[in-house]
Design a protein around this ligand. Structure first.
Ligand SMILES: [Zn+2]
Length: 155
């Protein structure tokens, strides 16, 4: 589904059964969501979400009930293109356990500065609004998984 959007309160998705737009609130991620109209269960998000503003980014990392894996990328970056399908794989496997967000550093350079993203791609893990891990360089899915697990084990 490509019509996934993010706003300051949550992730907007379309119910596959009835077509109604629903908001999965960041605070409730990891729990079962039901469509507000047809009440059918909405599957946990299994793909990366794009963030288009600093405000939304701050809301997402501070409110998300799940750890957030952020992919800082740019359209002109070759290795980023290589990483995109890999991070998508991880997002699918970790549906309901980790929220994967993508930040285009061309679009949001202020975020790149704030989180000291000096090379791209860079991946970060956020918990409760705090960056707990940060790694530059392209990674394939197994390395991304390891990166995530290290953080989970450390807790
Ligand atoms: Zn529905």
């Amino acid at each position: 589904m490509s019509n996934i959007e993010t706003d300051e309160r949550g992730i907007l998705i379309t119910c596959p059964k009835c077509g109604r737009r629903n908001r999965m609130k960041y605070e409730g991620l990891g729990k079962v969501f039901r469509c507000a109209q047809c009440k059918s269960e909405l599957r946990p998000l299994g793909e990366p979400v794009d963030v288009h503003s600093d405000l939304v980014f701050d809301a997402l990392i501070s409110r998300a009930a799940l750890p957030v894996l952020v992919d800082f990328w740019a359209p002109w970056c070759g290795p980023c293109k290589m990483v995109a399908p890999e991070i998508r794989k991880v997002a699918t496997e970790a549906a309901g356990q980790v929220l994967v967000a993508k930040v285009n550093t061309e679009e949001l350079p202020s975020l790149a500065r704030r989180f000291r993203v000096t090379a791209i791609p860079t991946m970060s893990i956020f918990r409760n609004g705090i960056e707990v891990a940060h790694q530059a360089g392209a990674m394939a899915a197994p390395a991304i998984r390891k990166f995530l697990e290290q953080d989970l084990v450390a807790r």
